[in-house]
Ligand binder design. Structure first.
Ligand SMILES: Cc1ncc(COP(=O)(O)O)c(C=O)c1O
Length: 400
């Protein structure tokens, strides 16, 4: 039998990945080997402070003991069985998730990723309304499968997905007039990221969400929040839906992924009983959605966020970081909510700053806005870790 040699040094690992994996991502020059809390340890034993959380996924921190233990236990009992059977852990994860959501969100549909959650949300809206078109927004990113990439209007993503799925309309983010101009009797749904993360942490006013809710109700359209990034505590609330920042608005469907399983792939749609009543057997489905391992990760993730007071921590650290970051030279303002923050510089230096911080062993994110450095750290980030970052950023900005 052929055995594959384990690569140990960074050079060996990188060379092998480059040889055998499609080069679809620009990678940082490190190989992540282990993690704990907000720290990543590389193959060479170097420790990096992780303020990017593996693309907003590791909200409970790397290897949260409660999550690791739940996954270990579940793996020993049953890795997988599909939705053709009932499952205690699936029932528990669904109840817990719905329990975190604002009314009238009352039912969960589990899938495997953010893009799949958005595809299913759009399908639900079409089934509920008997209409086909979907309005999304300038700056939006909703995923890379056919319908979701066609709903994406950020940069060139939509072109990657050609030929696009027809029936996607684009309104101006934050402008209710531009939505109203498109919202006729052919439109099934208005879908948006309540904070546009990839576009550079762009926000809209609470009044915009309230006006959207009203318009959707008046014109028979469903309102969908893509909370793939903002959900599961990221903004210091369980969901953006229903929050003060949302003007108290609860959409008809919320989509989730990223942090939901602490790194085990899982996505979900949450919806109301009213919308659920339009969905019949076989209308939606996926083999892996609701599998036991993923469900154990979901239940443990939600428990960990609650037990460790991570929502409160995200709010406290947001307030702290806002004050500290605004004192720094070249910072114009801080965008976002909770621990989805965009540090907006006065000039287009985000990529340069990102690289300089990486040299100091701090991982951050960029965005499609060249002025904005994105922070998506674990929700358990400590104040000392935030201080470490602010100190390093100060040095980088003063030296640049
Ligand atoms: C707001 C938003 N929606 C959808 C997606 C797609 O999620 P996934 O990559 O899990 O398909 C992403 C991914 O970055 C996202 O940020």
């Amino acid at each position: 039998m052929m055995t594959t040699k384990v690569a140990t040094t960074f050079d060996e690992i990188a060379a092998r990945e480059e040889r055998f994996q499609l080069a679809t991502y620009k990678k940082m020059p490190i190989a992540a080997a282990r993690g704990a809390g907000a720290w990543v340890v590389t193959s060479e034993g170097a420790r990096y402070l992780d303020l990017y959380g593996g693309h907003a996924v590791c909200a409970t921190g790397h290897c949260h003991p409660r999550v690791v233990e739940a996954i270990r236990r579940q793996a020993g009992e049953m890795l997988f069985y599909s939705n053709l059977v009932y499952s205690e852990v699936r029932a528990r994860a669904a109840e817990r998730l719905v329990g975190c959501a604002p009314a009238p969100l009352a039912k969960a549909f589990f899938c495997n990723s953010g893009t799949e959650a958005n595809e299913n949300a759009m399908r639900m809206a079409r089934m509920r309304t008997g209409r086909e078109r979907v309005i999304t927004f300038t700056g939006s990113f909703h995923g890379r499968t056919a319908d979701a990439i066609s709903a994406t209007f950020l940069g060139k993503y939509r072109d990657i997905g050609r030929p696009n799925v027809p029936g996607h309309l684009c309104a101006e983010f934050g402008s209710i007039e531009s939505v109203a101009a498109l919202a006729d009797e052919t439109v099934a749904a208005v879908m948006l990221e309540p904070i546009q993360s990839m576009a550079g942490v762009r926000e809209a006013a609470p009044e915009f969400f309230a006006a959207l809710r009203k318009l959707c109700d008046e014109r028979g359209m469903l309102l969908v929040f893509d909370e793939v990034q903002t959900g599961v505590g990221r903004t210091g609330e369980w969901f953006f839906a229903g929050s003060v920042a949302a003007g108290g608005v609860v959409p008809d469907v919320v989509t989730l992924a990223k942090a939901l399983g602490s790194g085990v792939p899982v996505g979900a749609c949450l919806t109301s009983d009213a919308v659920a009543s339009s969905i019949k057997e076989n209308d939606l489905g996926t083999t892996f959605g609701g599998g036991m391992l993923a469900m154990a990760a979901v239940a443990a993730t939600l428990e960990a966020v609650e037990a460790d007071g991570m929502l409160e921590n995200a709010r406290l650290l947001e307030a702290y970081l806002r004050v500290r970051l605004k004192e720094l030279p070249r910072v114009a303002r801080v965008r976002g909510r909770g621990l989805l923050l965009g540090v907006e510089f006065k000039d287009e230096i985000a990529a340069k700053v990102h690289k300089a911080l990486l040299d100091e062993r701090i991982i951050t994110g960029t965005s499609s806005d060249a002025r904005v450095l994105r922070l998506l750290p674990p929700l358990c980030l400590l104040r000392e870790e935030a201080d470490l970052f602010v100190g390093a950023l100060k040095d980088v900005l003063e030296g640049s």
